[in-house]
Design a protein around this ligand. Sequence first.
Ligand code: FAD
Length: 310
Amino acid sequence: MPGIWIYSEDSAVARQLLTAGLELKNAMKQPVAVLTLSGEEAQTFIDAGADKVYVVKGSNPWPESYANAVADLLTKEQAGVLLVGGTMRGKDLAAKVAASLKAGLVTDALRVACAGDGIETTRLVYGGLAVRTETVTLPALVTIPPRTFAEAAVQGTGQGEVVIVEVANDDNRVSVTNVCPIVRQGADIAAADRIVCVGRGLSKKEDLTMVEALAAAVGAEIGCTRGISEDYRWLPNDRYIGISGQKVKPELYIGLGISGQVQHVAGIRDAKVIVAVDSNEKAPIFEAADYGIVGDLYEVVPLLTKAMQK
Ligand SMILES: Cc1cc2nc3c(=O)[nH]c(=O)nc-3n(C[C@H](O)[C@H](O)[C@H](O)COP(=O)(O)OP(=O)(O)OC[C@H]3O[C@@H](n4cnc5c(N)ncnc54)[C@H](O)[C@@H]3O)c2cc1C
């Protein structure tokens, strides 16, 4: 099926991409197909507007091992563009499929639009200091970060078609010998509504209890800057926010003792309300903040916690 194709191993992200896909469908006057490895949610994609759902069935559960099969399917069906959820696995698969198809790949696009015979995308570059607009010719692949678009709404009982495709995985060169899931402490901060984020303004690990008290009062998850997790090892790596860490989109972000370097701010720019506490009134975090408190966090945090508890 020519047209717009969508893939994410995360079905919520696939429904978000469907929103972008349906906008392209209107502009390109071409159908939208969802590619999935699990048939369970096929009908929900159709109910949300997909014209076709391809359920790809192979012999192992690792999405990245389906790259050749996906590339073959896209070639056979003459797909125009594949929108891929920008998760770690999604990006891995997108790179392999693009290489196999010798197609253009744009990563981390925040907007996709039809542009003549191609696709126009915009994305942030230089750690969020600039926005770049690019045009990629078809066939093309575009990865889109999770939560860039709202999930496509169910439009009633859809009339699309579900196609089962049996494929062979690319497991002839790499075989998985062991899998150890990473145990997360607390919730996924990338999905948190409220975040209290701590930086190197904190003097010692024990003082995290003060930060935890504020987070409990606000109902927030705790995040940090890279130094706190990678250098000091006070918090796990999946807690650090920024260009090389987690990108977050909370309703409320409270930064404590964080200077606001561009690599950190790139990860919080989609927060709705940013509150910053820092003793240096010239700290760049105040340029990104909606509310700034210039002061010693050791004085401000207990006061904030008390106020929030009320
Ligand atoms: C390629 C690359 C990628 C990177 N990716 C990331 C990333 O993804 N995420 C990330 O966070 N960083 C990243 N960094 C690191 C980044 O450049 C900064 O070094 C880092 O964000 C700074 O962390 P910080 O604000 O905690 O520390 P600092 O910059 O040291 O700031 C500490 C702040 O605390 C304030 N302070 C000190 N004492 C107090 C007090 N008692 N009360 C209140 N305020 C106080 C100071 O005024 C200062 O503003 C990256 C760097 C590179 C080169």
